[in-house]
Design a protein. Structure first.
Length: 256
C-alpha cells in the first residue's frame, strides 16, 4: 500500500429514506487529497446485479453526480465510480484495496472543522494515520486531540495495559510533529472505560471529525463487523478510517 494520502469516499445511493449529501465544508476538508467517490447501490440477494443496473442506473448516476458537485466546486482531484452490489461493506473493502486508497471516509454532517479526534488503539497504523491527518489538517487551524481508551482497571503502573496506550499516543504525537503539525495544536486524552468502544463513541460525538485506524481482521469481526465499522455506523459526524498496511499488490479490477 502506498503511503500517499488518498481517500475513498463511499455513499449509499439506494437508501431512499435518507438523502445522502456532501457539504461544502466536507468537500473543502478533503480537498488536499485525491478522492475516489464511490456510489453504492445495494441489490437484494434475490435480484440479479445486471437487472438492478438496467432498472436503476440512470437514477443512481444522477445521485452520484449530485454528490460529486461540491468536490468539483472546490477544484478537487476527484474520480467517481458507480457500483451495484449485494454486499456494500465487502465491495468497499475490495475497491479500496484494488485502487490502493490509504483511507476510507464515511460521510457525515459537517459545518466546520474546528476540533478533530484521532483515536489511537495499541499503535495501529500510526505512520499511516499521521500521513492522512497531516494531509487533511496541515492547512487548517483545527485543534487535534489524540485519544486512547484504556481498560477500566488499568493504571499508570500497568505497562502492558495502560503503558501501551501512552506509547501509542507518544508515537502518534511525534509522527504528527515530524510531519509539520504544530505541537500547540495537539492535546491528548486517556480514558479508562469498561466499554472502550461506547466511550469512544460518546467522546467523538463532541468533535467535528473522527480519524481512526482500521482493525486487524478477526473471526468475530467478520461475523459482527470490525470495531472501526461498528463505531462509524453509530456516529453522525464524518469518520476517516485509515486502512492497515498490507503487502498485497493492487490489481486492475474495476467493479461496475
Amino acid at each position: 500500500m502506498s503511503f500517499e494520502p488518498t481517500m475513498l469516499v463511499a455513499s449509499r445511493l439506494d437508501e431512499r429514506d435518507e438523502h445522502p449529501s456532501i457539504s461544502m465544508a466536507l468537500a473543502d476538508f478533503l480537498a488536499p487529497v485525491p478522492v475516489t467517490l464511490v456510489g453504492l447501490y445495494q441489490v437484494p440477494d434475490q435480484t440479479a446485479i445486471e437487472q438492478a443496473r438496467e432498472q436503476f442506473e440512470a437514477e443512481a448516476r444522477g445521485r452520484l453526480d449530485a454528490l460529486a458537485d461540491p468536490f468539483r466546486a472546490t477544484g478537487a482531484d476527484i474520480e467517481t465510480r458507480l457500483t451495484f452490489t449485494h454486499d456494500p461493506a465487502e465491495t468497499i473493502a475490495k475497491i479500496a484495496a484494488d485502487i490502493d486508497r490509504l483511507a476510507v471516509l464515511r460521510p457525515g454532517a459537517l459545518d466546520a472543522v474546528d476540533r478533530v479526534l484521532i483515536a489511537v488503539r495499541g499503535g495501529i497504523n500510526v505512520p499511516a494515520i499521521a500521513t492522512v491527518a497531516t494531509a487533511l489538517l496541515a492547512d487548517t487551524s483545527a485543534a487535534i486531540t489524540l485519544y486512547h481508551a484504556a481498560p477500566a482497571d488499568a493504571d499508570e503502573r500497568d505497562e502492558d495495559r495502560y503503558g501501551t496506550g501512552e506509547q501509542a499516543l507518544d508515537a502518534t504525537e511525534r509522527a504528527l510533529i515530524d510531519a509539520g503539525i504544530a505541537p500547540q495544536r495537539l492535546s491528548r486524552t486517556i480514558e479508562r472505560a469498561d466499554d472502550p468502544d461506547a466511550t469512544l463513541i460518546g467522546t467523538a460525538a463532541n468533535y467535528d471529525v473522527l480519524i481512526i485506524g482500521e482493525d486487524q481482521p478477526t473471526i468475530a469481526g467478520r461475523i459482527f463487523g470490525e470495531t472501526h465499522e461498528r463505531i462509524a455506523e453509530q456516529l453522525t459526524l464524518p469518520v476517516v478510517i485509515v486502512r492497515r498496511p498490507t503487502d498485497k499488490p493492487p490489481d486492475d479490477t474495476n467493479p461496475q
